[in-house]
Design a protein around this ligand. Structure first.
Ligand code: SF4
Length: 207
């Protein structure tokens, strides 16, 4: 327990990099969080409702954040290909540049990268375990990448016909190899036993 406490105390100190008063380079901490999330999210999660769930805000607060980011030309809305009544929030080249140059977490990111690939993987897996435990306790919306999701199906093509094809069984849609590495708020750990229908209902109610 003392070591767990020590680890958490250090994590809280590291969190000062992304939780702060006022603004940095013109954005408050939650606006940075939103911009960061949208630049990494897949097409199903770049929606106002997924954003609100991820940053732990109401739809009204998320909508205000979207307006702020739009006003700074970091974000634009596009009609969704999946659902004509919905919009997809897309980070602009200017938004990506701002993240690359000024995102307050960049220093932490560099420090973690310097630990090396093996230590990074261990750290990632440990945080995933901790988040899974917190998910079960607090029912929070978290996001992770398709690769480890229970809804990802893959099919090897017939001989000589290109690479592996991926499909999301939740959204019943193809997933490109590039999208495998993007964040999704509907992610469920592959070992979880949540029934797909139950999860579809959750997604329908949230959207
Ligand atoms: S496979 Fe999982 S993570 Fe990927 S889009 Fe589907 S629900 Fe989201």
């Amino acid at each position: 327990m003392p070591m767990a406490r020590e680890a958490i105390e250090l994590l809280v100190q590291a969190a000062r990099a992304w939780h702060f008063e006022g603004n940095r380079h013109g954005l408050r901490d939650r606006e940075w969080m939103a911009l960061r999330f949208l630049s990494r999210a897949n097409r199903f999660s770049r929606t106002p409702s997924a954003l609100a769930g991820f940053i732990g805000a109401t739809r009204a607060t998320a909508s205000q954040i979207v307006k702020t980011l739009e006003a700074k030309s970091y974000l634009i809305r596009k009609p969704s290909h999946e659902d004509k009544r919905s919009v997809v929030l897309c980070v602009t080249a200017q938004g990506e540049k701002c993240l690359a140059q000024h995102d307050p977490i960049n220093h932490v990111l560099n420090a973690v990268s310097a630990l090396g690939a093996e230590e990074c993987a261990r750290l990632r897996d440990s945080f995933r375990e901790v988040l899974n435990h917190l998910d079960a306790t607090h029912q929070r919306v978290n996001a992770s990448i398709c690769r480890d999701c229970m809804f990802l199906a893959q099919r090897s093509p017939a001989k000589g016909r290109g690479g592996v094809e991926y499909t999301c069984r939740l959204y019943r849609a193809p997933i490109s190899p590039e999208e495998i590495e993007l964040l999704c708020t509907s992610f469920e750990q592959a070992s979880d036993r949540l029934r797909i229908d139950e999860h579809r209902e959750r997604v329908r109610v949230a959207s």
